[in-house]
Design a protein. Sequence first.
Length: 345
Amino acid sequence: MNKTKTFLCFALILGSASSGFTQAKTSDYKPVAKIKVEGDGGWDYITSDDETGYVYISHSTIVQVLDTKTGTVKATIPDTKGVHGIALAKDLNKGFISNGKDTSVTVFDLKTFATITKVKVTGKNPDAILYDSFSKKVFAYNGRTSNATVIDAKTNAVVATIPLEGKPEFSVADGKGKVFVNIEDKHKVCMINSSTLKVEQTWAIAPGEEPSGLAIDIKNHRLFLVCGNNLMIIMNSETGKVISNFPIGDGSDGIAFDPSNERAYSSNGDGTITVVQGKNGGEYKILETIPTQKGARTIAVDTKTHHLYLPTAEFEPAPAGEGNEKKRPSMKKGSFCILDVAPAK
């Protein structure tokens, strides 16, 4: 596929009505680029490889590998029907992609981007996907069958199926044998032992409801959950105790955590990022709200450069529905892009 790059300077971004950016009066962040990426299909998760500066974009039936240093698509991984997520096993030189529409996981080479194999999962609609470096296992979470398929990342063989009590969403690991996954329809989070492959704890997240995005602060043992009722929940990852909750924008489907500055970033589909600042895992406050663009609901952070990356597009006016029914607006052709939001200083 052709690679297209459009970098816009900050002044042009602010001056363009079509860009979707607006300026905050005072902010620690600013939009520095709007990188056009070819293709008009939908998207889901985005994954940052901080060592290379590559960002992996789930995009309809393909995964595009964006070189953020040049603003160009370096590679395209094909045949990922209904792609949702990308997990990187840097120690094994492998990547794993969840393909919701053909119930499979694509395994690919991180250097050549060539497909190594496809693994059939033991459920329907694999969505979130996680590589746990402690156990060398991949967890593919099947949204329609409430279970997780576990793959040996070295051999690419399915080794287990873990039943879950509801619809799994995002997942994170602590690097020491604990894997956490949101259970969206039950308003809970589960802790899985990645050695025994058993669910050892299940915690309620009240006052949060319908959790989607999930991030972790390994040092301070904190989980950050963004919820359908417009709350960010902060939880102790050892005890399951809810520590704090903060209001966020509408339509959040992702959250990222940067350990160097102890900040959590909720990407909200209403066109904002809610930034929550921590201090040694004990004090939290809303630092600011960053304007982005409508539809930018998922996010990745490069923990080396501290840039934030969000996929989105421009949309046609929403069509009228019957009664109170809301119909999803269609994407404007050629408008898909990755927003690059950077620290102002």
